[in-house]
Design a protein around this ligand. Structure first.
Ligand SMILES: NC(=O)c1ccc[n+]([C@@H]2O[C@H](COP(=O)([O-])OP(=O)(O)OC[C@H]3O[C@@H](n4cnc5c(N)ncnc54)[C@H](O)[C@@H]3O)[C@@H](O)[C@H]2O)c1
Length: 189
C-alpha cells in the first residue's frame, strides 16, 4: 500500500476508475477535470466502484476534487492523464504539466494509441514522460501497458511499475513506442 501524491487529469470513464484504485491503496489523490459537472458526478461514480467490488470506502477520504489545474498538480509525485484522445489536447496538457507539476514528477498518459514521444513533445524534460495504458474498466482489468519512449529514463519506468503494483495493477513494460503499443496495435491488424 502506498502513500504517494498522485494527481489524475480527467475524471471520465477511465480517470475516475484510475483514481479509485490509487485512493483505496492509500495514495493521496487529487482529481482535476476541465468540466465542473464531471467533477460533481465523480464522487458518486467512484463510490459505486467500491460498492461493486465490496471495498471499504475509508480509502476514499484520500481523494480531493479540483477545478484548478495548478492546485491539482502542484505537489504531485505522479500525474496520470486521462483526457480525451486528441493529440493536440494531450500535448497542451503535458506542456502545462511540465511547467506546473514539480520538476521531478512522473508524467503518465493513458493514451490508447498516440506514441508517447508525441504526447510529451512539448515537455522540456521528456525523461519523465511515460505511457500507462490501462484497459476499460481500469478498476477491473489489472493489465497496464507501461510504455517507454526513447527519452524515458529507466528510473521512471521502475517507479511507475512499482506504484501501479502498489495499487493492485499488473503492469507490463513495453519497450517500443509504436502507435497502439502492443494491445491496440495487434488487435487492429
Ligand atoms: N474508454 C476506454 O475504453 C479506454 C481504454 C484505454 C484507454 N483509454 C484512453 O483514456 C483516455 C480517456 O478516455 P475516456 O474513455 O476516459 O474518455 P472520457 O471522455 O470518458 O473522459 C475524458 C475526460 O476528460 C475531461 N477533459 C476534457 N478536456 C479536458 C482537459 N483539457 N483537461 C482535463 N480534462 C479534460 C472530460 O471532461 C472527461 O471527463 C483517452 O486517451 C482514451 O484513449 C480509453
Amino acid at each position: 500500500m502506498g502513500n504517494s501524491r498522485v494527481s489524475v487529469i480527467g475524471a471520465g470513464l477511465m480517470g475516475h476508475g484510475i483514481a479509485q484504485t490509487f485512493a483505496v491503496a492509500g495514495h493521496r489523490v487529487r482529481i482535476y477535470d476541465a468540466f465542473p459537472k464531471v467533477l460533481e458526478s465523480a464522487p458518486a461514480r467512484i463510490e459505486a466502484i467500491c460498492d461493486l467490488l465490496g471495498q471499504d470506502k475509508a480509502g476514499l477520504r484520500n481523494l480531493s476534487y479540483h477545478g484548478g489545474f495548478e492546485e491539482a498538480v502542484a505537489d504531485a509525485e505522479f500525474v496520470f492523464e486521462a483526457a480525451p484522445e486528441k493529440p493536440e489536447l494531450k500535448q497542451e496538457i503535458f506542456e502545462r504539466l511540465g511547467k506546473s507539476a514539480p520538476a521531478d514528477a512522473i508524467l503518465c498518459t493513458n493514451t490508447s494509441a498516440i506514441p508517447i514521444h508525441e504526447v510529451g513533445k512539448r515537455v522540456a524534460d521528456r525523461s519523465r514522460v511515460i505511457g500507462t495504458h490501462y484497459w476499460n474498466p481500469p478498476h477491473l482489468v489489472p493489465l497496464v501497458e507501461v510504455v517507454q519512449s526513447e527519452f524515458t529514463s529507466p528510473e521512471v519506468v521502475e517507479k511507475t511499475m512499482r506504484i501501479l503494483e502498489s495499487a493492485g495493477r499488473a503492469p507490463v513494460h513495453v519497450k517500443r513506442d509504436i502507435p497502439g503499443f502492443i494491445g491496440n496495435a495487434c488487435s487492429t491488424r
